[in-house]
Design a protein around this ligand. Structure first.
Ligand code: ADP
Length: 256
């Protein structure tokens, strides 16, 4: 039977991404959903409802991300590093350093001019360098995650946050706010502390310019701006930061 294309499924700890492409890599469908507790049911619904018009006998299915093992119908599973690399190299087509900051982990991936993996470093042990850190802060300030970056950048001043741990940073916030400090300056300082954590990951493996920002956290304007301020190098934000790995998975499916 002739294959019509490929389905890439990236189940992250925070978001569940699906991309369907045709044999020429054109995107036919893409969707970002919140990852549910019962992932198996969500996968079942995906095939029965969301992508039911794509006959799975005619599309290769590739899974990646933290929930990839749950996709029992997948023809193959790849790591997020492989899928990110594939998806971003398809977009950028140059040697680069990819910084992917997701909901519960962050990765720095060095890519050669041929799209090969040269080196990588990953943090999935501590929430302080991840999107979860920002989500906790948004909750603490009673703000939407989509607002906090803009608010942080709406002030010139900035508070120095010395705690490197999410829990201690929260105590520091309370202490600063109770001293009457402008909450926007605190927010900006918190963003800087995340950026500095990522910077030390980048420094640990060295940088090949340009630096490409990917993952949901690159939707946060303060992270992008402060990354530019802290790292004196060329920075590009991926066109589709949250679905890069799903696109990469789908592209990998075309060579099955
Ligand atoms: P994962 O693949 O690890 O499940 P994502 O790459 O989707 O996660 O990133 C999720 C993170 O992206 C959230 O923790 C949040 O910090 C950030 N995020 C998501 N949407 C937005 C938005 N609209 N504006 C700013 N940040 C966002």
């Amino acid at each position: 039977m002739q294959r019509l294309g490929s389905i890439g499924i990236d189940i992250g700890s925070t978001t569940f991404k699906t991309v369907v492409i045709d044999n020429n890599k054109n995107i036919l469908f893409s969707k970002i959903m919140t990852t549910e507790t019962f992932i198996e049911k969500q996968i079942e619904r995906l095939f029965k409802e969301e992508i039911k018009e794509f006959n799975t006998d005619k599309y290769t299915i590739i899974a990646t991300g933290y929930g990839k093992e749950m996709v029992t119908s997948a023809n193959r599973k790849y790591t997020e590093i492989t899928c990110h690399l594939k998806g971003l190299f398809n977009e950028i087509n140059t040697a680069c350093t990819i910084v992917d900051i997701g909901g519960q982990d962050s990765k720095v991936i060095k890519c050669s001019s041929k799209g090969e993996l040269l080196d990588f470093v990953m943090n999935d042990k501590c929430s302080a360098g991840t999107g979860r850190f920002l989500e906790n802060i948004a909750t603490r300030f009673n703000l939407e995650i989509s607002q906090i970056g803009e608010i942080a950048m709406s002030t010139v001043g900035e508070q120095n946050i010395s705690s490197t741990c999410t829990v201690f940073a929260e105590s520091e916030i309370i202490s600063l706010i109770s001293q009457g400090v402008d909450y926007r300056e605190v927010l900006k300082g918190l963003h800087t502390s995340l950026v500095r954590r990522i910077k030390s990951m980048i420094k640990s493996i060295g940088i090949i310019e340009p630096l490409i920002l990917s993952g949901g956290v690159s939707l946060n304007r303060a992270i992008v701006e402060l990354m530019k301020r802290e790292l004196d190098c060329k920075i590009i934000v991926s066109k589709n930061p949250q679905i890069t790995a799903a696109i990469g998975a789908a592209i990998l499916g075309l060579s099955e």
